[in-house]
Design a protein around this ligand. Structure first.
Ligand code: BV8
Length: 260
C-alpha cells in the first residue's frame, strides 16, 4: 500500500482544489480486466503490434483485419465492468466544486459510472462512423441497422455515401484528435489548480502534453501508477500502486477532510 503520509498530502491538495482535472489512461481500466494498450493481446492478435493496426494506413491496406481487431476488442470489453477506481473518480464530483475527466480510453467506463463531464480524446470503441465523414465530421453509422450487411465480410460500406467504409470512431495514430475535445482539454489543463493523473504511460502525444500544460500553468500534479511513467519526473506527488486500490482510499481521505 502507498505511503500513508503521501496519501494524506495528496488528499489535502485535492481537497483544496477549485478546478480539478482527472487525466486517465488505459491503466485506469486494467483492474476491470481490459488489457492496456501496451499489454500484449493474446491469441490471434498477439502476433500484431497495436501501433501498426491502429492506423488509417492499416485500415486502407486491410480493412477486414483492422475491423476484426476492433470487433475482438469490443467483444473483450462486453463482459468487463468499471472498477472501484472509476467509481471513486465519479464520487469526487460530490466533494469538489469542479471536476472534469479527460480520458485517453475508448471503453466508455467513466460515463458508465456517472462522471458527468468527460472529454474522450481518442474516441469510443462502441461507436462507428463513415471513413469519409460524408455528412460532416463525424458521420456516425449504426451498423446494427444495416440488415443487408454480413458482419463476417468485414466493414460495411457507409449507407449514406455508399463509397467509403464504415470504421471505428477512434483516433488512430497519425490522425488528429477531435478539435473541440482537444481545445477544451487544453484550456481546462491550463486552468486547473490540480491535475490527478491516473494509469497512463505518458507516451502518447498530444494527450500526454496536457500534463505539461497543467504543470506550466502552475497546477499541482498527483500521479497514480504502479510503475513510474514519462510523467512521474514532473509530478509533485507519485502514489505508487494500482488505481482500483488507491483511488477509494484517496477519496475517503478527501471526504474526511471536507466533512470535518
Ligand atoms: C497526432 C485509440 C497529428 C486507438 C490511441 C510527439 C512526440 C512523440 C510522438 C508523437 C508526438 N506527436 C504525435 C506523435 C505520434 C503519435 C504518438 O504519440 N506516438 C507515440 C506512441 C510515440 N501520436 C499520434 O499519432 C496522435 N495523433 O499526433 O496527430 C497528426 C495529424 C495529421 C497527420 C499527422 C500527424 C494520435 C494518438 C492517438 C492514438 N490512439 N487510442 C486504439 O485504442 O486502438 S492511443 C492508445 O494509447 C490508447 O488510447 C491508450 O490510452 C493510449 C496511451 O497509452 P496509455 O493509456 O498510457 O496506456 P499504456 O498501455 O501506454 O500505459 C498503461 C499505463 O497504466 C502504464 O503506465 C501502466 O504502468 C499503468 N497501469 C497498469 N496497471 C495499472 C496502471 N495504472 C493504474 N492502475 C493499474 N492497475
Amino acid at each position: 500500500m502507498v505511503d500513508d503520509n503521501h496519501l494524506q498530502k495528496a488528499a489535502e491538495v485535492i481537497a483544496g482544489s477549485e478546478r480539478l482535472v482527472v487525466f486517465t489512461g488505459a491503466g485506469m481500466s486494467k483492474e476491470s480486466g481490459v488489457p492496456t494498450f501496451r499489454d500484449a493481446l493474446d491469441g490471434l492478435w498477439a502476433q500484431f503490434d497495436p501501433m501498426k493496426l491502429a492506423t488509417p494506413q492499416a485500415f486502407r491496406q486491410n480493412p477486414k483485419l483492422v475491423w476484426d481487431w476492433y470487433n475482438y476488442r469490443c467483444e473483450l470489453l462486453a463482459d468487463k465492468l468499471p472498477n472501484p477506481g472509476h467509481y471513486a473518480v465519479a464520487e469526487l464530483e460530490d466533494l469538489l466544486p469542479q471536476v472534469v475527466v479527460i480520458t485517453q480510453n475508448i471503453d466508455g467506463f467513466h460515463h458508465e459510472v456517472g462522471s458527468t463531464d468527460v472529454i474522450c480524446l481518442h474516441g469510443d470503441l462502441k461507436r462507428d462512423k463513415c471513413f469519409a465523414n460524408c455528412r460532416g465530421n463525424p458521420t456516425y453509422v449504426d451498423v446494427t441497422q444495416l440488415s443487408a450487411w454480413d458482419p463476417e465480410s468485414g466493414p460495411p460500406f457507409c449507407p449514406y455515401c455508399e463509397e467509403a467504409y464504415v470504421r471505428p470512431d477512434v483516433v488512430w495514430f497519425n490522425e488528429s484528435l477531435p478539435y473541440h475535445e482537444l481545445t477544451r482539454a487544453t484550456e481546462l489543463s491550463r486552468q486547473a489548480d490540480v491535475m490527478l493523473i491516473i494509469g497512463t504511460s505518458g507516451v502518447v502525444w498530444p494527450a500526454a502534453g496536457l500534463t505539461v500544460e497543467a504543470k506550466q500553468a502552475g497546477a499541482t500534479l498527483v500521479e497514480i501508477n504502479p510503475n513510474p511513467s514519462e510523467i512521474t519526473p514532473i509530478a509533485h506527488y507519485f502514489l505508487q500502486g494500482p488505481s482500483g486500490e488507491i483511488m477509494p482510499h484517496l477519496v475517503k481521505r478527501i471526504r474526511e477532510l471536507l466533512t470535518r
